[in-house]
Design a protein around this ligand. Structure first.
Ligand SMILES: [Zn+2]
Length: 390
């Protein structure tokens, strides 16, 4: 029986727990993972590698908006072979991550980055109200601007690097790299071969924010990465999508500058708004492959290997096939349980491997958890550190 048939008719209130229960049972059988709270053997806990000094972290948001049905549910596992077979055996996996905030990509990703539910208009070019993880990290650990970066899609994310909070803010956050915009600048209008990489914003209203915030310009990036603009554009020509361009830039950044806190927001999946299911699935498969690629980069780069925690989580889900007023996978407009309930995978030194945590947690717990691992205090966050990986 399919997952959807088994659980689709339950009332919304029960659905989140049904999803979680189903996924936990299914993942146990699919991967042989252990329950984090009951089955974890003490000997492994004692043998776990201690978190080394000066830890690093890479956060990948798996989006925009991916449902359980097409990822970590029975029908979805075929779309995520890399996460399932390569990453899951090394991960602690949270089956029930609930996002209680606004389900728009910029505002939701900003909420992930502040650990507080931001309430600004998703389509406005404003900074988050609460301090970002980048500001906490830099202030508490006395790190320079070069030690933390965001690589994001272009649609409005240029302000995500630092907040408008009165105790933090300007000049204290992360540099923001918007690869699509850099490519458009580098091409100076000659975009013919690159249209597939420049596609931006899968939702209306169409939105083209003015340059502002900490956005890095093409010549600055080229200089920082010792990468010529022509190398950048010629490499881009071989890439299939904006997310591939983002990961290419992130890998260059990691190799050349080795920042300690890297945030990568994937967004190809949001092509689901077009209504074409196969393109949505292509986006998920690509994101799955790119997540494994990022993990492999972490393992192969001496500055990252053995000291880096990787977090992978969708910003939120998409609408259920059953929601009245929704249109299934296409959008995220109803705010139903399916669109709010998602998952998170955590991998790295000292993180227990092949463990499933079933208790409900929230999207806003990410930043305090990063704080616990890296050593800063996310004092304005609404979330709590996840003890299973802190
Ligand atoms: Zn969307």
């Amino acid at each position: 029986m399919s997952f959807r048939k088994a659980f689709g008719r339950r009332a919304n209130g029960d659905l989140a727990s049904a999803i979680s229960l189903n996924r936990r049972q299914f993942l146990w059988s699919a991967t042989g993972a252990m329950a984090g709270t009951t089955l974890f053997p003490v000997t492994r806990a004692l043998g776990a590698t201690a978190v080394p000094r000066a830890p690093k972290a890479v956060v990948v948001t798996f989006g925009g908006g991916a449902r359980d049905d097409e990822t970590f549910a029975e029908d979805g596992l075929e779309n995520i072979p890399h996460m399932l077979n390569e990453l899951m055996p090394r991960a602690t996996f949270f089956t029930r991550v609930v996002n209680r905030g606004i389900l728009g990509h910029y505002v939701a990703t900003a909420s992930l980055a502040t650990g507080a539910y931001e309430t600004f208009n998703n389509f406005a070019a404003v900074p988050p109200d609460h301090p970002t993880v980048f500001e906490y990290f830099r202030r508490d650990l006395k790190r320079p601007a070069s030690d933390t970066w965001v690589v994001a899609p272009s649609n409005g994310f240029n302000r995500i690097g630092e907040s408008g909070h009165k105790e933090f803010g300007q000049g204290q956050g992360a540099g923001v790299i918007l690869p699509k915009r850099l490519l458009a600048d580098a091409l100076a209008g000659k975009t013919g071969d690159y249209d597939h990489l420049l596609r931006d914003n899968y939702e209306s209203p169409m939105y083209a924010p003015a340059l502002a915030g900490n956005e890095v310009q093409i010549h600055q990036l080229a200089e920082a990465l010792t990468l010529s603009v022509s190398d950048f554009t010629s490499h881009a020509k071989n890439l299939a999508s904006p997310d591939e361009l983002s990961v290419y830039v992130a890998k260059q950044l990691m190799r050349k500058l080795a920042p300690s806190l890297v945030w990568i927001t994937l967004h190809d999946i949001d092509i689901a708004h077009s209504g074409t299911f196969s393109l949505y699935i292509d986006g998920i498969r690509r994101s799955d492959r790119l997540c494994a690629e990022i993990w492999n980069t972490i393992q192969s780069e001496p500055e990252y290997a053995g000291r880096t925690t990787m977090f992978i989580l969708p910003d939120f889900g998409r609408d259920s096939d059953q929601s009245a007023g929704g249109n299934g996978f296409q959008h995220h407009r109803t705010g139903d349980a399916i669109s709010r309930t998602t998952w998170m995978m955590v991998l790295g030194p000292g993180v227990r491997e092949n463990v499933i945590v079933d208790r409900p947690v929230e999207s806003v717990d990410l930043v305090p958890t990063l704080g616990a691992r890296l050593g800063f205090d996310a004092r304005f966050s609404q979330g709590k550190p996840l003890v299973e990986v802190s």
